[in-house]
Design a protein around this ligand. Sequence first.
Ligand code: SF4
Length: 40
Amino acid sequence: MAAEDAETQARNVIAATEPPARLARTGCRGCSYVDYCWGD
Ligand code: SF4
């Protein structure tokens, strides 16, 4: 089920000691975190 898969993926990210690699900019929807993701 898609929701359960998404939950599993989220839990894996939360439990990881390092963040996952940043995805391609084309996937960005321009939300309020844009300065954190692309401000460098
Ligand atoms: S700014 Fe928002 S939509 Fe864009 S990559 Fe960051 S979190 Fe995703």
